[in-house]
Design a protein around this ligand. Sequence first.
Ligand SMILES: [Zn+2]
Length: 137
Amino acid sequence: MESLTLSPSQWETLFRHLEDCLPEEGCGLLGGLEGRVQAVLPVTNELHSAVRFRMLPQEQLENFIRLEEQGLELIGIFHSHPNGPPHPSGTDLAEFTYPGVIYVICWRENGSWKLKGFWMDGKTYREVPVNISAAAA
Ligand SMILES: [Zn+2]
C-alpha cells in the first residue's frame, strides 16, 4: 500500500470532524481495502489536547469491530495538527503504534484544511501520496 485514496465526500467528513474538534487535535480511523478508503471513522481524542492525541479506547474498539463486520481493513489513522507542523511530530514518532497503516496528518493553511500521508516507524517517516478522487465504477 503506497498511497491512499479518499472520495471528496469522505474528505469532507474528515475535515468537518477536525473542524469540530478545534482547538484540540482530532483523530480517527480510515477503513478500506488496497489503499481505497471506504470508511471514515472519527474517534474522540481522550487527551483533549491541542498538541497530542490518544483515541478513546472504547470508541476505537467499537470502530475496529465495525470495520471487521464490513470486511474492511484498517488502512489509515488520521489526526490534525491545528497549529502545525504539516508532518508527524516527535510525539507522533515516539507514540507510534500501528505498523502497516498510513498516518494522515491534517493541518490548516489560510483557513482551509490540507493533508499529507506518511509511512512511519518508531524513528522516522516518509511521505506517501494521498489522493482525493471519486470512487471507481
Ligand atoms: Zn501529531
